[in-house]
Every structure is written in C-alpha cells, then in structure tokens.
Design a protein around this ligand. Structure first.
Ligand SMILES: Nc1ncnc2c1ncn2[C@@H]1O[C@H](COP(=O)(O)OP(=O)(O)OP(=O)(O)O)[C@@H](O)[C@H]1O
Length: 351
C-alpha cells in the first residue's frame, strides 16, 4: 500500500546539510493501522512529507497506493495526493467557515459542483464522526476533540484510501485522545482504510496500531507487531519511548536475592493466578521488583520483574513457559559478580 525502499533525504542549508532520513525501508500493508514513532528530530515530519508527496527523496523509491511515485507530475500527482487524507495536530480548520463548510471544502476543491451531492456527503461524514448537531457552528465554538473530529471528517471527504495522521492527538488530553483513537479504529475497521499514525507517544501506538516502526536519527531502529515492539523492545530508542510511556518513578527497589526474571502475560494469560501456583507447587518465593499492566489495543497485558528464590525455580520457570507466559532472565542477584544498585533500578525500569 505504501512502500519506501532505501529512502534518503538530506536538507541543505548553506554550507551545512542535515540528513533527515537514511536508507529507510518501510512496507505498510493495505487496511492496517501502522504507527511511526520517534523522538523529536527523528525524521517523522520528513517522512510525512515524502508519503504525502510534498517532497521527493534524494535517493530511493516511494510507492503510494500501489504506485511508484517517481516521475509522477501535474494532474496525476494531484490525483495521487487525493488518495491520502491528512489529519493534523492543530486541526488546520478554516475559522471563517462553519463545520459543514470545512468538510465540504475539499469536495469543492476536487471540482464537485452538485450542491445536493455535497450536502449529502457532508451530512454522512458528520454523522460518522458524531457531529451532526454541530454542522452550523464555527471551529471556535468547538472543543479540541470536536475540532479533530471535523479534521477527520474533512480528511475522509474525497474517499481516500490512506489516512495519514500527523501527531493527530498530541494537542488533546488523554481522555479525548482515547475517544479520537477509538473513532480512527472504527474508521479503519468499517471503511477498510489504511491508517498511518505519526506520533512521539508510545501510548498512542499501543492503543490502536497493528504494527509500528521506530525512527531514530533518521533510521528505522526496529519495526514489528506492536505487542512485540512494546513488550520486547530491542533498540535503546524504543526502550526510551516505552519507559516514557510507563512514566515510572525513579523509586528505590528494595534489595532482593535470587534470579530476576521478566514475565510477560498477554491476552487471557494475564488473568491467570499462576504465581500462587508456583509458590504452592514448586515451593518458590517471589518478590515483584517492577512492572506494568495495561492493554495493547483491546488485549490486556502484564509485565512483571520477579525475583525468584528457594524451591524448584527451574520447574517453576518451565511451568510458566508451558502456560504461555514469556520468561526472560534479567539478572541473578545470587551470582558472584553483583552489579551496582543502579543496575537493579535500571532493570526495574525495563518494563
Ligand atoms: N526544511 C528543513 N531544512 C533543514 N533541516 C531540516 C528541515 N526540515 C527538517 N530538518 C532537519 O531534519 C531532521 C529531522 O526533522 P523532522 O522535522 O523530520 O523530525 P521530527 O521527528 O518530525 O521532529 P519533531 O517531532 O520535533 O517535529 C532534524 O534534524 C531537522 O532539524
């Protein structure tokens, strides 16, 4: 649906130049919700401008909606751009136009002259985003969440096949963010639209995306299903984004003895009372030294750093594995070389 192959983009400013993207490969499938996450300066905005065809790469290939875009010009370029609906962080609504007029605007720009057809399409779009009764209001009379719903309705007006959301929830509070993400999820399911979400927040990716690519200093640091990238981050840039989302305090972890393992429960396994079973049946003691619980899309998860001691630890670990719980050895406090306390604190932050 969207593919970038070996894409590089450099900005030249006088004698200085900045390479914003380096050898980026991305493959976004039709109908998926794909997240692109990265810290400030990672190259997200540059990627948006390449996907919506406002800029061209210096090297490499960009294909959109199954079409290679190099060499596409004029009307053809305009038509391809219309396949992509844009949703912006600051809504970009026209303040002198009503909600209905804002949503009608792209249809008029696309050359639609039939007023009845425009009116019907606008009514349908406003119903979809839950704003029918606000059609005659002006943007200043709306809340942030309502303004973004207008932005989404406007982006859908010309029936795009891709919705490109550039930090679409970054100006919204967490509750409004959740409701806008729910709306995007509905649109993805019901209209089969491909959604690309550009964000600096792992929480946004976790709530809605199927797959994610992590950008770091212009490169794709890692990419994969959200469960995999969020629960088992491999690259330091991903780890930093996951930690930020967990918003853990820099608290002390009481000194513990024994092997520390990270247990990842996903889906129905999250509700299993397995730790009690391990204590009873394998005679192991355990202390929880860090962790987080939450959900990834609609799936519950828990990730706990647990120090096991005494009893049959090997048997307990095998039991966890058999129960479908991912077990990863982090560190053994009983080992001869005990690292500094800071290292233990760091481990507690890993989840
Ligand atoms: N027009 C430009 N001219 C020169 N350098 C640029 C230009 N646009 C972006 N850059 C540089 O390219 C790099 C990537 O910038 P980009 O805006 O794509 O990152 P970003 O991930 O969107 O960051 P942010 O979240 O802060 O907007 C940065 O070092 C930036 O300074």
């Amino acid at each position: 649906m969207i593919s970038l192959k070996n894409v590089t983009k450099t900005y030249a400013a006088g004698a200085r130049s900045t390479t914003a993207l380096r050898a980026v490969d991305l493959d976004i499938q039709r109908g998926e919700v794909f997240g692109i996450i990265g810290a400030s300066g990672a190259g997200k905005s540059t990627l948006v401008r390449l996907i919506n065809l406002l800029e061209r790469p210096d090297a490499g290939l960009v294909a959109v909606d199954g079409r290679a875009t190099d060499g596409v010009r004029g009307r053809e370029l305009l038509a391809l751009r219309r396949r992509i609906g844009m949703v912006f962080q600051h809504f970009n609504l026209l303040s002198a136009k009503t909600v209905a007029q804002n949503v009608a605007f792209p249809l008029q720009l696309a050359g639609e002259r039939n007023l009845a057809a425009i009116e019907a399409r606008v009514a349908e779009l406003l119903a979809r985003v839950g704003l029918s009764e606000h059609a005659q209001k002006y943007p200043r009379q709306l809340s942030g969440g309502q303004k973004q719903r207008v932005g989404i309705a406007r982006a859908l007006a010309c029936r795009p096949s891709i919705l490109l959301c550039d930090e679409a929830t970054s100006a919204l509070d967490p509750e409004t963010t959740r409701s806008v993400l729910r709306l995007l999820s509905e649109i993805n399911r019901e209209l089969g639209l491909t959604i690309v979400l550009i964000t600096h927040e792992m929480d946004v990716v976790r709530q809605i995306c199927d797959r994610v690519a992590v950008l770091d200093a212009g490169r794709v640091a890692e990419t994969g299903p959200v469960e995999e990238v969020f629960l088992h981050p491999r690259h330091p840039a991903t780890l930093a984004l996951v930690r930020e989302a967990a918003r853990e305090e820099d608290g002390e972890v009481s000194p513990v003895h024994g092997a520390i393992h990270r247990l990842t429960f996903l889906g129905s396994a999250t509700h299993s009372p397995i730790l009690g079973v391990l204590a009873r049946e394998h005679g192991v003691d355990f202390s929880i030294v860090g962790g987080q619980i939450g959900s990834i899309r609609d799936q519950p998860f828990a990730q706990l750093n647990v120090a096991f001691s005494g009893g049959d630890v090997a048997g307990a670990l095998a039991r966890l594995d058999a129960a479908g719980i991912d077990v990863e050895a982090l560190y053994d406090r009983s080992a001869a070389a005990i690292p500094a306390e800071a290292r233990i604190r760091e481990l507690a932050h890993v989840v």
